[in-house]
Design a protein around this ligand. Structure first.
Ligand SMILES: [Zn+2]
Length: 320
């Protein structure tokens, strides 16, 4: 379930069928109503703490990070994910229980750079109370997005997990911090995880190798790290912002259509947080297909490796 928010501040719960229903409205109506900004999460945290467990608790803010952290800690801690898989981390709003989990954690691992926009205050309050914190973005090489951003926000790109080698940069500091908090030596698990990240990168390289001209139009500005690693050019985004919460305008969509046409894109990609009806309309007008990518969630029953290889496969299939 998710919350559907319109520009008067009202919230409505919706199911997957609503995305389909939006197809009956013209793009302009959706833009005017502010519906391009809208899908907000409303599930509780995904508590993987075992019943009766006395292990230390590590909180990871979102599912993808939680999967990688679980790989690193093994059985040394219970990993609790606040933003359950399937939820858009940009849009998730925490419950009272989520905030309690954060405050009780032995270590909280977040992405940072305001990816978890509605958790920022809760994380700052927990840090002020002395809860140990680790923000992944403070331990990797952060990509600066281009000056084309129009929402006036900081242009540091939070989507660092979409390049396995960037995400892997946090492993030495994270394993040291976890080792200190949990009182265990994670050095060999850290080495294994680093090798795994290299292997994931090589798999993605192989999958992308048949694509001779990787030109992307995306849902929001989410694929900068992926594009830099795998040799793609980003023409633009339906929501021209690093957050799926931002707004777009009819003028920006018209410009995007022109850019996409002149760049001869072969598909318009969409993702969680971008209304499919808007994307389908743009794709129709440009004369190409629209293709949904999973960028902010893990595949069902899948892990981080599957996220990256599935993403590469979806892009390669659409563009070759
Ligand atoms: Zn995003």
């Amino acid at each position: 379930m998710a919350v559907f928010q319109v520009d008067n501040g009202s919230h409505y719960c919706y199911d997957a069928g609503m995305t389909k229903q939006l197809g009956q409205y013209p793009v302009r109506t959706l833009v005017v109503l502010g519906l391009v900004t809208t899908l907000t999460a409303c599930q509780d945290s995904q508590n993987t703490k075992s019943e009766g467990s006395t292990k230390p608790v590590v909180v990871a803010t979102y599912s993808i990070l939680g999967d990688v952290v679980t790989d690193l800690v093994g059985n040394a801690a219970d990993v609790v994910v606040i933003i359950a898989n399937g939820q858009d981390p940009h849009e998730f709003e925490p419950s009272v229980k989520d905030i309690e989990q954060i405050n009780k954690a032995d270590l909280v691992i977040s992405n940072g750079l305001d990816l978890e926009e509605h958790l920022v205050d809760a994380l700052a309050q927990a840090a002020a109370k002395g809860v140990a914190m680790f923000a992944a973005s403070e331990h990797v090489t952060v990509r600066a997005a281009g000056p084309e951003l129009t929402d006036g926000k900081d242009n540091k790109d939070p989507h660092l997990w979409l390049d396995p080698l960037t995400l892997a940069e946090m492993i030495p500091d994270l394993s040291a911090e976890l080792g200190k908090v949990l009182g265990v030596d994670l050095a060999s698990r850290a080495t294994e995880l680093t090798s795994k990240m290299s292997a994931i990168n090589e798999q993605a390289m192989t999958i992308m190798s048949p694509v001779s001209n990787c030109v992307l139009v995306t849902g929001h500005d989410s694929l900068g790290y992926f594009a830099a690693r795998y040799g793609c050019n980003i023409v633009g985004a339906v929501i021209p912002s690093l957050s799926s919460l931002a707004e777009t305008s009819a003028g920006e969509l018209a410009d995007l259509k022109k850019l996409a046409t002149s760049a001869k894109v072969r598909a318009i990609f969409t993702e969680l947080g971008t209304p499919r009806a808007v994307v389908d309309q743009i794709a129709k007008e440009v004369g190409v297909k629209s293709v949904e990518l999973q960028t902010h969630v893990l595949p069902i029953d899948g892990h981080y490796a599957d996220l990256i290889t599935s993403l590469a496969a979806s892009i390669a299939d659409a563009l070759k």
